[in-house]
Design a protein around this ligand. Structure first.
Ligand code: TNX
Length: 604
């Protein structure tokens, strides 16, 4: 029951101001005189406000990824007032997080939300950078000290306001994403909504399980413009994913301008799967992506796939091809047929020039050199090539990342292998880890979001199986690989290959709702793993995506509630290409029966 106006505590300030006349009451409590019209209006307004009151619609723990510790206090809910300011520590990066909080809240609330670094610890929204070291916390009666580390945060909600404390701006940013999910779903509306902006009371202390949490977008099979990539970064940031891996080159297209080898982009970039026009990023485009990501505390990991998956480069520069024979452009979906000539020194000039330019454009520490499915470069020719490429990367001051096929090449300090197998019993990987390799886990049968959800979902492959939301969620990066201890696992990544994905709506359909599963595996403590709880929290994201106009798949294994508040975004077209079953090497005609690529000659 909402409280009646007379139940308002006498001690608290009346938000509607004092009444103009204090009405006398008779012994039965009825007004002794006819109230003035102004008084009636005041009571009506007050009653309406109180009717809108009530418990917060979101519970403090209803967050993805699940926070490490949550102590709800239902007596401490906070309602954001229209005149709130965002107060931040005197630090440019912290201030920018405050600006981003205001930018997130302004459209739906319509509130001005000025951002200031004038201190007022009592203010309604306060973001504070604390010094490093353990922070005293008391959650659920348990008192202790927690080291928030590079990305952790503490979020306190009391009736007076919301306070987020972190050691780094990244931690503040993650706290802001939590706050966003604690507000009613209408906060994702792009236009003002009449809503009581209530945040559930209590305390959250949170930090990630793994330092690397990411997604990959293949911009080579189909090209996606800068705006699409920025929108994907938004989705990552919302769920505290902190790496965007861009698969920039493949047989069907070369997507980044390289000054010293200009035809890579102008010639190699002009094709894509299915014969479309392709495209490529200029250095300015790429910098824009990197900057946008960095503001959201997301690091870009560029991949130049070598020595295989290079047909587009060979079309542009036949001198790199074996026998210097120019290949025709390729717009199908086969793999494993192309390679740069590992026996020619010119190839290493190319590798050094390309990796040098990409490294110079990339502030993050990683440089991904691919290494997968180079079926025609075998044995010593392959390991010799990889070892030289690894040394080039190290010489540029970057850390090598490569697909797990790199494992047989000699170990290089710090190198990271990205595992995409489907069987966690892989002795080569266990051996590489014993030599010091760290792993990013992208199990094909759990994290490959180019796999279909179900036989009848319109786009995607199924060579690694069908991946519904539960399958995306039900695995443990800490124990997934035999002989690989959790501390060798740098983190998780969900790759989205785009042979069958042609638009932003299709990217979103494939990523959502599975991407939050990867995010939770990478961030939340294992003890928080719980399918039913996750499924129910995930259902709460649906109305947010609807409000934001995001085209997600309404997976039947999630209890989505209600109908969207805004018209649903376009659903993906029916698949128009054939789907290659990589495990069997078979090509399956798509149900729609459209002409497809040539048959696969090599299984993975
Ligand atoms: C395997 S995983 C590939 C890609 C394909 C993908 C399709 C990996 C490193 N290589 O070339 O696009 O399967 O699922």
């Amino acid at each position: 029951m909402p409280p009646t106006p007379s139940a308002t505590p006498a001690t608290g300030p009346d938000p509607l101001g004092p009444a103009t006349t204090a009405p006398a009451t008779d012994p039965a409590g009825l007004p002794a005189h006819q109230p003035a019209a102004a008084d009636l209006a005041r009571v009506a307004a007050r009653t309406a406000a109180d009717l809108l009151a009530g418990p917060a619609p979101v519970r403090l723990g209803d967050v993805i990824p699940a926070p490490e510790r949550v102590a709800a206090d239902p007596t401490a809910d906070f309602v954001l007032p229209a005149d709130a300011a965002v107060r931040v520590s005197l630090d440019p990066a912290a201030r920018d997080v405050g600006e981003q909080l205001a930018e997130l809240l302004r459209p739906a609330t319509g509130y001005p939300l000025p951002v200031t670094d004038v201190a007022d610890p009592e203010g309604p929204l306060v973001l504070t950078l604390a010094g490093p070291g353990p922070l005293a916390v008391g959650v659920s009666g348990e008192v202790g000290a927690v080291d928030l580390g590079d990305e952790g945060y503490r979020l306190d909600v009391t009736t007076d306001g919301v306070r987020i404390v972190a050691v780094t701006p990244a931690g503040l940013f993650h706290g802001v994403q939590t706050l966003r999910q604690l507000l009613p779903a209408a906060i994702d509306s792009p236009t003002p909504v009449a809503e009581r902006w209530v945040v559930p009371g209590g305390l959250i202390v949170d930090r990630p399980r793994f330092p690397y949490r990411g997604a990959m977008l293949d911009v080579a099979r189909h090209f996606f413009g800068v705006a699409d990539v920025l929108r994907v970064i938004d989705h990552l940031a919302r769920y505290k994913l902190n790496h965007l891996h861009l698969h920039l080159t493949d047989d069907q297209g070369w997507r980044i301008a390289i000054d010293s080898w200009p035809r890579l982009a102008t010639v190699g970039g002009s094709t894509e799967v299915g014969g479309g026009p392709g495209g490529w990023y200029t250095a300015a485009d790429y910098r824009r992506i990197v900057r946008y990501a960095a503001r959201r505390h997301v690091t870009v990991v560029p991949e130049i796939d070598l020595p295989g998956h290079t047909n587009a480069a060979l079309v542009a520069y036949p001198e790199l091809a074996p026998g210097k024979i120019p290949p025709p452009p390729y717009t199908g979906t086969d793999v494993g047929f192309s390679y740069v000539d590992p026996a020619d020194e010119r190839t290493y000039d190319f590798v050094a020039d390309v990796l040098g330019e990409v490294a110079a454009l990339t502030p993050g520490p990683w440089l991904h050199i691919g290494g997968d499915e180079a079926f025609k470069v075998r044995g010593a020719a392959y390991t010799g090539f990889v070892e030289r490429a690894q040394r080039i990367v190290a010489g540029l001051g970057k850390t090598v990342v490569g697909w797990h096929q790199l494992a047989p090449a000699a170990h290089l300090d710090g190198r990271v292998l990205q595992w995409w197998g489907t069987n966690g019993d892989d002795p080569d990987i266990a051996a590489a880890v014993r030599q010091g390799a760290r792993l990013i886990l992208s199990p094909g049968n759990h994290a490959y979001f180019d796999m279909k959800y179900a036989p009848d979902t319109p786009i995607g492959h199924d060579w690694a199986g069908l991946i519904d939301v539960r399958r995306a969620y039900d695995w443990d990066p800490g124990t997934h690989l035999t002989g690989v201890p959790a501390d060798a696992v740098l983190g998780v990544e969900a790759p989205l290959w785009t042979e069958s994905v042609t638009s932003l709506a299709e990217i979103e359909f494939m990523l959502l709702p599975r991407l939050p599963a990867t995010a939770e595996l990478g961030w939340s403590p294992r003890a928080a793993h719980d399918w039913v709880g996750f499924r129910d929290r995930l259902a709460g994201q649906g109305p947010r995506w609807d409000r934001a106009g995001i085209a997600f798949h309404r997976s039947p294994d999630v209890p989505w509630s209600g109908e969207p508040a805004a018209p649903r975004p376009t659903v993906p077209r029916q698949l128009t290409a054939e789907v290659t079953d990589r495990a069997s090497g078979q090509v399956h005609p798509d149900p729609a029966g459209a002409p497809g690529p040539p048959p696969t000659t090599n299984g993975a």
